[in-house]
Design a protein around this ligand. Structure first.
Ligand SMILES: Cc1cc2nc3c(=O)[nH]c(=O)nc-3n(C[C@H](O)[C@H](O)[C@H](O)COP(=O)(O)OP(=O)(O)OC[C@H]3O[C@@H](n4cnc5c(N)ncnc54)[C@H](O)[C@@H]3O)c2cc1C
Length: 417
């Protein structure tokens, strides 16, 4: 079967890999000049099954209200005259009950555990190198109330088989000595030894190369404009490349356009509740090896994640629900540099920080759309929000199974099934 994968981010590229492995002829279409150049470009780097607490939880509404008036808040909702934004916000509020949060944690842990093992198998099979580290993820709390609030979600994750351990400040510093300067401020921490980190862009580009070697065609520099449809079938995808319009045809299609999936799907009458949640990252050269972290970290109070990528430090976080603009807000960039330098002053060459923004394709529940649409030959693999890197290999493997008529190996609520 010939399949057109729309989008060459980490989700589209992994989807192409798993589909070609099942014997399909695959073409990937993307407007950029290469793979992994939008949201998968400079994310937090964490492969974090343990990061399964959804943004929507019982304590979220009050926090979001408080943060409305704080310009460097970790999650900022900037109200606009945009029905898609308000629809998203209302659905987010509906997800904030304990029962919904527990259900969403289950979805995220199941998909995450499966995905991490698919990534490990793929890495062993292909020998990919993307600055990966298998040193676990240490989540530290400087606010005692937040630490207490994390105990129940941690227990739920443990019940689901996630090896997230509760530890104290001494153990945290033993595991990651770079945290020594703030040891007295750590109220508590958790550590998940099986979690990992690595550069999502390097991975995506290395995998795209392997896909090409395996016969997958990548059509870069190609804007996807819309669809030709008849009844319950997609007949083609209308594209624009170097000023030329062309309709690309295949037997089936997979939508992996990140934050733009909702806009394209709307043309087909499919409502995907995906809204861009703009995030920031800084990438800084290591200055002092002794003072720099190696274990991937999550700083709960500031909602920042830290990954060591070779001789670089990557720190990412914050979420602004303010539309599709990727304009850099320097206040936010500087807040990330300030916090990281405060924790480990000697770790990085802070004056050489590179700033980046990306649009997380966020759903109100944090759970992605993976599976069938109401078109017989259109599949969805999109809306991965905060955890697209973590969930990429599992989502792609499961989607390839669904396309092939097989039952995926993971307990997850797939779309249209
Ligand atoms: C600050 C930040 C930190 C993050 N940290 C982590 C982390 O630590 N761990 C983790 O698991 N996840 C993390 N994420 C989330 C993760 O990066 C995303 O979920 C993931 O990159 C989404 O991948 P994607 O392939 O769906 O989207 P993208 O990478 O954006 O890919 C979509 C592709 O579609 C193409 N496209 C879109 N529209 C069109 C069109 N009309 N025509 C042609 N092509 C089009 C784009 O060019 C792009 O290449 C983070 C995200 C951000 C922003």
């Amino acid at each position: 079967m010939h399949i057109l994968v729309l989008g060459a981010g980490v989700i589209g590229t992994t989807t192409a890999w798993f589909l070609q492995k099942q014997g399909h002829q695959v073409t990937v279409v993307d407007r950029q000049s290469g793979a992994g150049l939008e949201t998968s470009y400079a994310n937090g780097g964490q492969i974090s099954v343990s990061h399964a607490e959804p943004w929507a939880n019982p304590s979220a509404p009050l926090k979001v209200l408080k943060w409305l008036f704080q310009s460097d808040a970790p999650l900022l909702f900037r109200p606009r005259l945009d029905p898609a934004q308000w629809r998203w916000a209302l659905a987010f509020l509906a997800e904030c009950t304990s029962a919904k949060a527990a259900h969403n944690i289950r979805q995220m842990v199941n998909l995450g555990t499966y995905s991490r093992s698919q990534l490990q198998t793929l890495r062993a099979e292909l020998g990919l190198d993307y600055d990966q580290l298998e040193k676990g993820i240490l989540h530290f709390y400087t606010n005692p109330e937040e630490f207490d609030g994390a105990l129940e979600p941690t227990r739920i994750m443990q019940d689901l088989g996630c090896d997230r351990q509760i530890i104290d400040a001494n153990r945290a510093v033993e595991l990651e000595p770079a945290l020594a300067p703030i040891k007295d401020r750590i109220a508590g921490a958790t550590y998940t030894s099986e979690d990992e980190s690595g550069d999502a862009r390097k991975f995506t580009q290395a995998l795209a190369k392997r896909c090409e070697e395996a016969g997958v065609e990548f059509r870069y520099g190609t804007d996807i404009l819309g669809f030709d449809q008849a009844g319950d079938r997609i007949l083609g995808v209308q594209t624009l490349r170097e000023g030329h319009h062309e309709t690309l045809r295949a037997d089936s299609y997979v939508l992996c356009l990140g934050s733009y999936s909702a806009i394209l799907a709307q043309q087909l009458g499919i409502t995907l509740n995906i809204y861009p949640a703009k995030g920031y990252s800084i990438t800084v050269p290591v200055k002092n090896e002794e003072a720099a972290f190696k274990v991937s970290l999550t700083d709960d109070e500031y909602k920042l994640v830290y990954s060591r990528l070779g001789d670089r430090l990557r720190v990412a976080g914050t979420a602004e629900l303010s539309g599709y603009s990727r304009k850099l807000n320097l206040t936010r960039c500087r807040a990330i540099v300030r916090r990281t330098a405060e924790i480990m002053p000697e770790a990085g060459d802070w004056d050489r920080a590179e700033f980046w923004t990306g649009l997380r394709p966020a759903t109100p529940s944090n759970v992605p759309y993976i599976g069938k649409s109401h078109f017989a030959n259109l599949y969805l693999n999109t809306g991965h929000g905060t955890l697209g890197w973590t969930h990429s290999c599992g989502s792609a493997a499961a989607l390839a199974d669904i396309v092939g008529g097989k039952k995926p190996e993971v307990d997850f609520t797939f779309a249209g099934m």
